[in-house]
Design a protein around this ligand. Structure first.
Ligand code: SAM
Length: 284
């Protein structure tokens, strides 16, 4: 055993995971990256001191960030993923037979290469899917420069520091909106509201200035310490957030999805936010 890995995301609270075999530990040129074995969670990846994904609970986060917007949209053909280096989100997006192309823009090639090498169970071959297009670039620059449009844009970023900081700016959200086809949906990794309320408030203000309907949905990801995780939701079609379980059930069955956390009822329930979040959002 190699001791403990202590996460350094917050100044006043921290989680630690027992470190078994350390499979890789190095600076990629952009980020400090470590991949290690944990007896309970399987293989774990951390970037710049923050747990990014584990074999044990990655399915919760990737199923929710992938399936909720695509099933709510109902006819997503072109999907853009910003970040997502481990490939778990790409895998879930490509489980939808209606998706014709999934473009993944990841800034750090090493995260992809090392995830394929050491965390193959998470991407499960998604990078080899002929519909997958991997672009190594800054996602902020990509959405500013690409002429393409997308039905769904998913921001699977690190937290708002280091290379991920630009992915929480109003300028980035504005450029994402410009890349969305009519009826499109933007969803984001938006932190843990109990411990990152300011991230929730600022994202809601920025998204709310750009989109007719800006809110969040939530899910419990055990290794994202501090309670449930919030996913940003932004679209100009407010009806998309209010799909009924019956509508979603039909689409879920038609897609033939196999999930371990996501269900159509969880989809609908995930948009029901607790009072403290509604207070932060001004009752939205
Ligand atoms: N699920 C994790 C979470 O909730 O924190 C995120 C997983 S994924 C590993 C985050 C990815 O975002 C990393 O691979 C990182 O390299 C990438 N990333 C950070 N900043 C980026 C940027 N500006 N453009 C594209 N990718 C970026």
């Amino acid at each position: 055993m190699s001791g403990w890995y202590t996460e350094t995301l917050y100044p006043d609270v921290a989680q630690r995971l027992r470190m078994g075999t350390v499979l890789h530990r190095d600076r990629t040129g952009l980020q400090d990256l470590v991949i290690f074995e944990n007896p309970l969670l399987g293989r774990v990846m951390a970037l710049d001191g923050v747990i990014q994904t584990t074999e044990g609970d990655e399915h919760v986060y990737h199923e929710m960030l992938g399936h909720v917007p695509i099933l709510a949209h109902g006819a997503a053909r072109r999907v853009l993923i910003i970040g997502g280096g481990d490939g778990g989100l790409l895998r879930r997006v490509l489980e939808h037979p209606g998706v014709e192309r999934a473009t993944m823009v990841e800034i750090d090639r090493s995260v992809v290469d090392l995830s394929i090498e050491y965390l193959p169970a998470i991407s499960a071959g998604a990078f080899d899917d002929p519909r997958a297009e991997l672009v190594i670039a800054d996602g902020c620059r990509f959405v500013k420069e690409t002429p393409e449009s997308f039905d769904v844009i998913l921001v699977d970023s690190t937290d708002p520091h280091g290379p991920g900081a630009v992915l929480f700016t109003e300028e980035f959200y504005r450029d994402c909106k410009a890349r969305l086809a009519p009826g499109g949906i933007l969803c984001t990794q938006n932190g843990v509201p109990f411990l990152q309320p300011e991230e929730l408030r600022s994202s809601h203000q920025r998204l709310g200035r750009l989109f007719a309907d800006a809110s969040f949905f939530v899910a419990p990801v055990p290794t994202y310490y501090g309670g449930f995780m919030a996913f940003g939701w932004a679209t100009d079609d407010a009806a998309l957030r209010r799909r009924t379980a019956g509508e979603i059930r039909g689409r879920f069955a038609a897609a033939g999805l196999k999930t371990r956390y996501y269900t159509p009822d969880i989809h609908v329930a995930s948009f029901a936010l607790p009072a403290f979040m509604l207070d932060i959002l001004g009752g939205a």
